[in-house]
Structures are given as structure tokens and as C-alpha cells.
Design a protein around this ligand. Structure first.
Ligand code: NAP
Length: 446
């Protein structure tokens, strides 16, 4: 049986028994980074490290299925910045994660391979379930969250993100979503929203759940009605969903972007307060590389002019270039919630601005099972909308990663894996019309 035939059976709506009976091929297409290539960019600055040289489509074996695991056929996936990190081998090679996993257990050893199949999102169909799986069966249409954890340690029992063995699927594990067949734990699966296409459903996953934990969950900086929320990168993957969550929850977003086109996207979804950081020329560092507090104050003044007060919450992820400003402009008693450091992870800020004004910094990382499930449910209810700007076939995943590395995209970049074209997979047209009518097309910016 070929993968093409399996994909066709899915598109034709083959039933569970027919899908379960399909023999799997020995190999499949997968977007991989190879261990042999780890040093290929050693002499280049970050911006010149090109995912198009390191992220390849290879034919690789189908992973062997273990207990409580599921083999799925991703019909679509989406790119995340973690695939950029893997493919430029920064801040470190992800093969180190796979080697460590390999030393842990017999099942972990399957992941320690000379290639890394990447991808932390998928909208997929279940093909085979391993021993012990009770809730899912072949033919189920699913989305996948990337919280990969065994929960043997008590630390994770209240919040699975606190388990010391917690990993991000497709980044710290092998067999991710940018492949014809992916392997997941059964507890990563969630029902696919039936009004969305494969590529739309796949695009909600990682960044929506991350933003949910940061802004809605008690584990982040739970926003309340009327809160002013400063959102960096407000039309990026995280920021595009953060903006929707703030609007849904009765907050007032102050959105930072870097072009008029992106500002217009935000106006179209009802955002009133937008700062174009490029047009207004903010740079929070002097020519000598010292923090420029006058410039940070100018930024703070601008926010006050717009909304009459300092932000209750700052949604942080750019890191080194913005963190000092985020701490300074945050309201007395307010919260800076951070999940990343795209521009550099060694931050400098004046700690007097934090302690004298009783601010808090909260570190946040992906989402626990419940947060991921609740975020997926918001997509299912039509309360959160996909923000795809581009869709590429699997063969061009590296081009998408290049664009993401150079901030040439908006929202999410979808990747078609089993789906031969865009627009497939919708099962509830009526709900689609109801939920997505009039929604701005990020596609215009692609
Ligand atoms: P993205 O789609 O590339 O969006 C990032 C946005 O940040 C861009 O749209 C850009 O917007 C803005 N930005 C980039 N560099 C900036 C800078 N120096 N100063 C100010 N703004 C800047 O990426 P993403 O998916 O949102 O992810 C962002 C970061 O979060 C990545 O580092 C990623 O690895 C991390 N992340 C972490 C988690 C976690 O669980 N810990 C989860 C998801 C993502 P403008 O140019 O329009 O301002």
C-alpha cells in the first residue's frame, strides 16, 4: 500500500475498519534535519543560517508503535518557530534532546536517530492505535497538541507542564507532524473542529495553546475584563491568537507590529490601539549596546497617550531587544508574561523598575493537557479563528521556515501533507459559514 492510496482512502471517507486494515508502507516522506549537518552553519551569523539548506524531505522508515501511542496521518501541519530553531541548530542542536531521550528507556531509544522528523502541529486521521489506547480509533479526525509527557513524577500531577520529563513533540521528540505518518501519545489527541479545513485546524495548535496559558489560564497572567494588554508581534503566530483572546475576554489590546499592512489586519479585526514599531522608530539600545531608557520611556508615553494608563499585562516573546522596555512600561503591580526570547535570551532590565513597582515576571511554556484542550475547544466553538497567511506543500516546508526566520510572514504558515490541495476536510459547512463569515484573510498578506 502506498501513502498516496492511504491519503486517497481518507479523502474518500473510508470507515474505521477499512482504515485499520490498510497495510502501512515501509517508508514515508518526512521533513528532517540530519545529525551529519549539525556543524554546517558553524561560521555563519544567525541570520545567514538558512533552513532551506538543512531541512530536507527524506524517505524514512515508519516509526514502530508502542503502548498508549497512535500512528496518525497528518493531512496538514503548520510551521512553528521551533522548526526554525531545529533547522539552524540554535541555540543548540535538538539531537541532544533525542540522545537524552534515548538514554531514558527502551521506548525513548526509538527517538535517538541520525535524523530528526520535526513539526509540532497536525490535523490528522488516526491510522493505528497501540496497546492500551481506549479513546481513539482508526478514522478519527484529530488535532494534536505537543505536550509529550509520561506523568510518572508527582511534580506534574497538578500541571503536566511541571513534569520533569515533559517534552515538546516534534522538537524534543522525533516523529513530528511534518511527515506522512507521525507518532504521538494518545493523550495528545483532540477532536478536530469540523468547520475547519485540514490546514486551518492544524494551524491553531501550538501557538494558540501557548497564548491561552499565558493570558487565560491561572498559570499565566489571567487577564480580566478591561485589562490593557501590550502584545508584541501582534500579527505573528502567538500574537495573532493572543490578540483574539484579549478581544474575546474583554481586554483592551495594545498591539505592536512592524508594518502598515500588519496594522491594517489588526484594524480589520477590531483592534483600536496599534503601534508600528518600525514607523515610530523604537530602538531600546544605544549605539554602544547599552539599554536606552529614554527610548523606553518614549514608548511608555505613547501607550499612555493611547489608552490613558500603563499596561496591566505585557505579552513578551521577542526577548533581548524588548524585555527592558516591557518591564519598564508595565503598570505598577502588573505582570510581564514571557514564553520566548527570539532576539536573544540574555536580557537586561533595571530591576528597580520591577521591585519598586511590585511587578511580576511569569515564565510560561506551551500548555498543560487541560489548557491545550480548552484552547482547541475555542477553535471548535468558532471563538478563535485561524490566521493562515500562506500554505505550502510538504516539499516546501523549508521555504516556509526560511520566511519565518526572516519575519516575512504573518500569522501561521500551513503545510499540506496528505491533503492534495487547500480547502479540504470541512465537515460542517453550516458552522463554517456561521463562524468564519467576514473573517479577515491573513492570506492577503502572504
Ligand atoms: P512569529 O510568527 O515569527 O511571530 C513573532 C512576531 O514577533 C513577529 O510577527 C514580529 O512582529 C515580532 N518580532 C520579531 N522580532 C522582534 C523584535 N526584535 N522586536 C519586536 N518584535 C519582534 O513567531 P511565533 O510563532 O509567534 O513565536 C515567537 C517566539 O515564541 C519564537 O521564539 C518561538 O520559538 C517562541 N514560542 C515559544 C513557545 C513556548 O511554548 N515557550 C510557544 C510558541 C512560540 P513584527 O515584526 O510585526 O513586530
Amino acid at each position: 500500500m502506498t501513502m498516496e492510496a492511504i491519503h486517497q482512502a481518507i479523502i474518500d471517507g473510508a470507515d474505521a475498519d477499512a482504515l485499520a486494515a490498510l497495510p502501512l508502507p515501509d517508508t514515508m516522506r518526512a521533513a528532517v534535519v540530519r545529525k551529519d549537518d549539525i556543524d554546517m552553519f558553524a561560521d555563519r551569523p544567525t541570520e545567514d543560517k538558512d533552513p532551506r539548506e538543512s531541512l530536507r524531505i527524506d524517505e524514512v522508515p515508519i516509526p514502530p508503535l508502542g503502548p498508549n501511542e497512535v500512528l496518525i496521518a497528518p493531512m496538514a501541519s503548520a510551521l512553528n518557530y521551533n522548526t526554525v530553531w531545529t533547522s539552524i541548530f540554535e541555540p543548540l542542536s535538538t539531537f541532544g534532546f533525542l540522545e537524552r531521550f534515548g538514554r531514558e528507556s527502551e521506548l525513548g531509544a526509538r527517538h535517538d536517530l541520525p535524523y530528526h522528523i520535526v513539526g509540532s502541529d497536525a490535523a490528522a486521521v488516526v491510522l493505528q492505535v497501540g496497546p492500551g489506547v481506549t479513546q481513539w480509533r482508526p478514522g478519527d479526525r484529530v488535532t494534536v497538541h505537543c505536550n509529550y509527557v509520561d506523568l510518572e513524577s508527582p511534580e506534574g500531577h497538578m500541571d503536566s507542564m511541571l513534569d520533569p520529563s515533559q517534552r515538546i513533540w516534534g522538537f524534543e521528540t522525533n516523529f513530528g507532524g511534518l511527515a506522512d505518518i507521525a507518532m504521538v501519545k494518545a493523550n495528545q489527541l483532540m477532536p478536530m473542529p469540523d468547520h475547519l479545513t485540514w490546514e486551518e485546524a492544524a494551524s491553531l495548535g501550538l501557538v494558540l495553546a501557548t497564548s491561552y496559558r499565558m493570558l487565560v489560564s491561572r498559570n499565566g497572567a489571567p487577564m480580566k475584563q478591561g485589562d490593557i494588554v501590550l502584545i508584541w508581534g501582534a500579527t505573528g503566530g502567538l500574537g495573532g491568537f493572543a490578540t483574539q483572546l484579549v478581544l474575546n475576554g474583554g481586554g483592551i489590546p495594545v498591539c505592536v507590529v512592524s508594518s502598515e499592512e500588519k496594522a491594517q489586519l489588526l484594524r480589520d479585526v477590531g483592534v483600536e490601539h496599534i503601534i508600528d514599531r518600525k514607523a515610530e522608530g523604537y530602538r531600546f539600545e544605544t549605539a554602544d549596546g547599552e539599554p536606552d531608557y529614554d527610548e523606553m520611556r518614549r514608548f511608555g508615553k505613547r501607550i499612555r497617550q493611547m489608552v490613558g494608563q500603563d499596561p496591566d499585562i505585557v505579552f513578551e516573546h521577542p526577548g533581548r531587544t524588548t524585555f527592558g522596555a516591557s518591564v519598564l512600561v508595565c503598570k505598577r503591580g502588573g505582570t510581564i508574561v514571557t514564553c520566548a526570547s527570539t532576539s536573544g535570551y540574555l536580557h537586561e532590565y533595571d530591576n528597580r523598575h520591577l521591585w519598586m513597582r511590585l511587578k511580576r515576571i511569569i515564565g510560561s511554556h506551551f500548555a498543560n493537557y487541560d489548557e491545550a484542550w480548552q484552547a482547541n475547544r475555542l477553535g471548535d466553538l468558532g471563538m478563535i479563528h485561524p490566521i493562515l497567511s500562506k500554505v505550502y506543500p510538504l516539499e516546501q516546508a523549508a521555504q516556509g521556515a526560511y520566511e519565518m526566520h526572516h519575519n516575512l510572514h504573518a500569522g501561521k504558515i500551513g503545510i499540506l501533507v496528505g491533503a492534495p490541495e487547500e480547502g479540504l476536510g470541512v465537515q460542517n459547512q453550516e458552522a463554517r459559514e456561521q463562524h468564519l463569515a467576514g473573517i479577515t484573510a491573513y492570506r492577503d498578506l502572504g
